[in-house]
Design a protein around this ligand. Sequence first.
Ligand code: IMP
Length: 436
Amino acid sequence: MPIAVVVGAQWGDEGKGKIVDCYASQADLVVRFNGGANAGHTVVFEGKKYKFNLIPSGILYSQKTNIIGNGMVIDPKKLIDEIDGLLKSGHTPNLAISPRAHVVMPYHFVLDGAEEIRKGGLAAGTTKRGIGPCYADKAARFGIRVSELMDAQLFREKLHTMHQLECRIIEGVYGQVFKQTEDEVFLQYSDYAKRLAPYVKDTNEIIHSAIAKNKRILLEGAQATMLDIDHGMYPFGTSSSTTAGGACTGSGIGPTAIDEVVGVVKVYTSRVGSGPVPTELNDSIANYIRDKGGEYGTTTGRPRRIGWLDLVTVRYSVQVNGFTGLAFTRLDTLSGVEKIKVCTHYTLDGKKTESMPASHKDFERCKPVYKEFKGWKDVGEKEWRAIASKGFKALPKEAQAYLTFISKTVGVPIYIVGVGPGREDTIVLKDVFKRK
Ligand code: IMP
């Protein structure tokens, strides 16, 4: 039975929330497998906007189980706020938290800021949500898992060690002060534990009994390929496995069970945070796209950097994720641009390359080489919706040519085309959960 993964193919903010929402309507289980409150997605449901950082996008369907996977790092306060927000608006969250997920602690936030300052020019421009330090503790086996937070005695023991250690690092190494005492943190987090306890479940059993019953499972990724801890442009990415492999490790589902991997591709490039972006634009076209598309970070509100679509990135993304289909987003935002460029390859030190360099220093020196396409007119919200209802062939011819070129160049079929923010503004060419 289909198990599908949805991941971002570029630098994040490709519009994954909308694609996940679209497929979630057909799924029985939605599992988020990586990241934490650094992600942000907006879901529009019955005319109301909901913003989530941690909760999976299927939460507004009460009959679907939404799982916070073991690959995630949880800021308990944020999660409780999101749960309370749902309860207030009349939704009972059908939520299960993996006991193997890690907990973001107050010292992680302080360290996130301090480490960024110390990194200077190599700072990633993080969201300051404590993500990197929490994953670092996880890898060093200093981390506190949800299961440990639920065990007051064990939590106290671990906190005792960690509080001392982190205070020394924050004060001794970074010259800052961590203001909360061990007791204060213990009391605060014990309260959080009580609130979250009803949602902590054996997610492994939930997932695998669903697989045994042929249920449809959607694995929701946060961030995107170029931010992956292994495959991204290190060190300017995030600290989790954002790619399809991370869907397996972050949920406890083996790779042989995965049927579909959908890569979400925004039809131009956007990026929040620092590091090189070869196709970046700093001109009136970038301003036009940023304003038209409201390209400001969902989590931090930062203006996003804008550029032309980069096919070296998309091709690389296809390789490291094994995409079976592409979901294009923001076709409407790019409309009205007279001539559209797409980067087909780079030159590095005068030589043509189609490969993604491993070193950010080499990446910085890559010069994009473009192919030019004729743009398409903006037809307005209503007309885009009408086009969406008619299907791919109703799209402006120039847009069809642009999308077909991308799909052919990277050798992956088109599954979805998004021409606006809502579900009605989406052309679904392939429903990943349809029985074959
Ligand atoms: P962190 O994940 O907060 O540690 O940030 C590391 C890098 O990933 C920074 O460049 C962030 O701007 C970027 N980043 C993290 N989460 C997202 C996201 O959801 N969308 C886009 N960029 C993100």
